[in-house]
Design a protein around this ligand. Structure first.
Ligand SMILES: Cc1cc2nc3c(=O)[nH]c(=O)nc-3n(C[C@H](O)[C@H](O)[C@H](O)COP(=O)(O)OP(=O)(O)OC[C@H]3O[C@@H](n4cnc5c(N)ncnc54)[C@H](O)[C@@H]3O)c2cc1C
Length: 475
C-alpha cells in the first residue's frame, strides 16, 4: 500500500515525486512508456520563461513566476545544464511596439524582475543578426534555456535515490475509489494508494474520468521544430520570440543549452495525441517565422525535425486541485507551456495541498538533494586521468559528434533510473544527438546496451516498446 501514486513520469510527475521524497512517505510513479520523459517533457522549446506572457491571476502566471527563480538551485543540485541568456519579444511595427507595452505591464503585474523595452539600436546591438526591419523588443533577463529531458530524468533519479519507487511500461487502465484508498489497475499489476496524483499529460482527462465525473477536456496541440547543427548555435545570443498571437507565443529562435539552434514550434490542433509526425506545411510555417526574425538562418543546416504535443485544457488554465467528487484524487492537468518552467513551483504547491488536506508530512532526515553526473570530455584533465584509471572505457570514444565515451554510456545505463533503449542513452548522455544523428554510433550503443543489460542485441529498441532496429543476423 502506497501513500501516494503519481501517474505520469514527465517533468510534472517527476517534480512532485522529488518533493514528496523529502518526506517519510511511500511514493510510486507509474509510467506507461518504457522510460521517463517520453511525453511532452521530451519535445518542447526548453525555455525557462520569464513570466510576462501568462495572463494575470491565472495559475500559469503564478507558477511561472514562482518556478523561474527556483531553477538556479535545482539545476545546481541535479547537475542539469541551465543558462539564463534572456529573451526578446521582437516588434516590427507600431502596433507590435504597443503590444510590447502590454506584455511589459503584464510582466510587472506578474511581479517579473529584469524586464526592459529595448530601442531599435539597443536590440540590434544585442542581436546583430536580427531582421533589419525590427523596431524594438521586450527584454527579459531572467529567461533561460535548459535540457528538459535531463531535468526530468534527474528529478526522477533524485526521487528514487530518496526512496520513491517506479514502474515503467505500466499503463493505468482503471482506478477504483474504495473507502480509504484507490485501487489502480494496469499492465498486469494492481496497486493500492491512499492518494493519487494525475500528471498524465495529454491523457489527464482520460485518467480523471476513470474515477471522477468529467470536469475538463484535454485538446492536443502539436508543435514542430527544426534543430540546427552546432555551427548555427551562435547566430543569436538570446531567445527570440515574435509578438504572440492567440495560438501561442509564435515561432521562436534560440540557442540550445548544448550549442545547437532550435526553430519552432508551429501550432496545429489534432485529435490524435500520439501523432508526432512532422509535416511540410507546418515546418514551412516554422521556417518562415524564424527567418522573419533572423533572415540569415540556414535551415539547410537542420539535423533533425521533431514535434511535441501540448496538453491544452479547455478551461484555459492549469488544473491543480482535488477532483470535485473524489477526495484524495489530485489533478495536475492541462500543464501546457509554461509547464516546464512551472513544474518546481507546482510541486511545492502540491505539497501544500497535501498539508492542508491532512497528509502527514514528516521530514526524511537523510534526504539527499544532489544528483551527480559527469561527461568525460567536459571534466578537467586531472579528473579525466583519475576516471581513466578507474575505468579505461572512458578512453573509448563512441559518439564522435558529441564526444561521448563508452564510460559515459555505461554510466547512463547503470544510473538509478538507467537507460534501456537507444534513445534512453541519447537523452541521458547525447550519443546520436549530433550532426550524424547516430549514423555512426548507434550500432555501437546497441552492442553496449545488449552487453550491459544481458539481452540479445535484437531486443534493443530505438525508443517505444516495439521499435526494433535489428531482426536477425544476415551473415
Ligand atoms: C511544442 C511545445 C513547446 C513547449 N515549450 C515550453 C517551453 O519552452 N517552456 C515551458 O516552460 N514549457 C514548454 N512547454 C510545455 C511543457 O513541455 C509541458 O508543460 C511539460 O512538459 C508537461 O509535463 P507533464 O509531465 O505534465 O506531461 P508529460 O511530459 O507529457 O508527462 C505525462 C506522462 O504521463 C504518462 N501517461 C499518460 N497516460 C498514462 C497512463 N494511462 N498510465 C501511465 N502513464 C501515463 C505519459 O506517458 C507521459 O510520460 C512546451 C510544450 C510543447 C508541446
Amino acid at each position: 500500500m502506497y501513500d501516494v501514486a503519481i501517474i505520469g513520469a514527465g517533468v510534472t510527475g517527476a517534480s512532485i515525486a522529488r518533493e514528496l521524497s523529502r518526506y517519510k512517505l511511500k511514493v510510486i510513479i507509474l509510467e506507461r512508456k518504457n522510460d521517463v520523459s517520453c511525453g511532452t517533457s521530451k519535445a518542447n522549446s526548453a525555455i525557462i520563461h520569464a513570466g510576462y506572457d501568462a495572463k494575470e491571476n491565472t495559475l500559469m502566471a503564478k507558477f511561472n513566476t514562482e518556478g523561474n527563480p527556483m531553477f538556479d538551485t535545482i539545476c545546481k543540485e541535479l547537475d542539469v545544464p541551465f543558462r539564463r541568456i534572456g529573451s526578446l519579444v521582437v516588434a516590427f511595427d507600431q502596433e507590435q511596439l504597443n503590444h510590447l507595452q502590454i506584455l511589459y505591464q503584464r510582466g510587472m503585474n506578474n511581479n517579473i524582475k529584469g524586464m526592459k523595452i529595448l530601442t531599435e539600436y539597443e536590440l540590434k546591438t544585442r542581436e546583430p543578426a536580427i531582421n533589419k526591419n525590427a523596431k524594438g523588443a521586450l527584454f527579459a533577463s531572467t529567461a533561460g534555456i535548459i535540457d528538459p529531458m535531463l531535468l526530468t530524468i534527474s528529478l526522477m533519479e533524485s526521487a528514487v535515490i530518496n526512496g520513491a519507487e517506479y514502474f515503467l511500461d505500466y499503463e493505468v487502465q482503471s482506478i477504483e475509489k474504495q473507502e480509504k484508498k484507490f485501487k489502480i489497475t494496469g499492465s498486469g499489476k494492481t496497486i493500492e494508494a491512499t492518494w493519487v496524483i494525475n500528471a498524465a499529460g495529454v491523457y489527464a482527462d482520460k485518467i480523471h474520468n476513470m474515477v471522477s465525473k468529467p470536469e475538463f477536456k484535454i485538446l492536443p496541440r502539436r508543435g514542430q521544430y527544426f534543430l540546427l547543427d552546432k555551427t548555427e548555435g551562435e547566430i543569436v545570443n538570446s531567445i527570440l520570440f515574435p509578438c504572440p498571437t492567440k495560438m501561442g507565443k509564435g515561432t521562436l529562435v534560440t540557442p540550445t543549452v548544448h550549442g545547437n539552434l532550435i526553430l519552432g514550434p508551429s501550432s496545429d490542433n489534432l485529435d490524435d495525441p500520439e501523432d508526432l509526425s512532422t509535416t511540410e506545411e507546418m515546418l514551412n510555417l516554422a521556417r518562415t517565422g524564424a527567418k522573419k526574425l533572423v533572415p540569415s538562418i540556414n535551415t539547410g543546416k537542420s539535423i533533425r525535425n521533431f514535434a511535441g504535443m501540448r496538453a491544452v485544457a479547455d478551461t484555459g488554465d492549469f488544473i491543480i486541485k482535488e477532483a470535485d467528487d473524489t477526495p484524495c484524487f489530485i489533478d495536475v492537468s492541462g500543464i501546457k507551456s509554461p509547464g516546464l518552467t512551472a513544474a518546481p513551483a507546482i510541486a511545492a504547491y502540491v505539497i501544500e495541498l497535501f498539508r492542508e488536506k491532512g497528509l502527514e508530512l514528516k521530514n526524511r532526515i537523510n534526504f539527499n538533494p544532489f544528483v551527480k553526473r559527469k561527461i568525460f570530455m567536459e571534466l578537467p584533465p586531472v579528473e579525466q586521468e583519475h576516471l581513466l584509471k578507474e575505468n579505461p572505457l572512458y578512453g573509448r570514444i563512441i559518439c564522435r559528434c558529441e564526444n561521448i565515451t563508452e564510460g559515459d554510456i555505461l554510466d547512463s545505463i547503470h544510473r538509478p533510473v538507467g537507460a534501456k533503449t537507444l534513445d534512453g542513452v541519447k537523452r541521458r548522455c547525447r550519443p546520436g544527438m549530433g550532426r550524424c544523428q547516430g549514423g555512426f554510433c548507434s550500432p555501437l550503443v546497441q552492442e553496449i546496451l545488449a552487453r550491459e543489460l544481458n539481452v540479445p542485441i535484437e531486443d534493443i529498441v530505438l525508443e517505444t516498446k516495439h521499435s526494433y532496429i535489428l531482426t536477425n543476423k544476415t551473415k
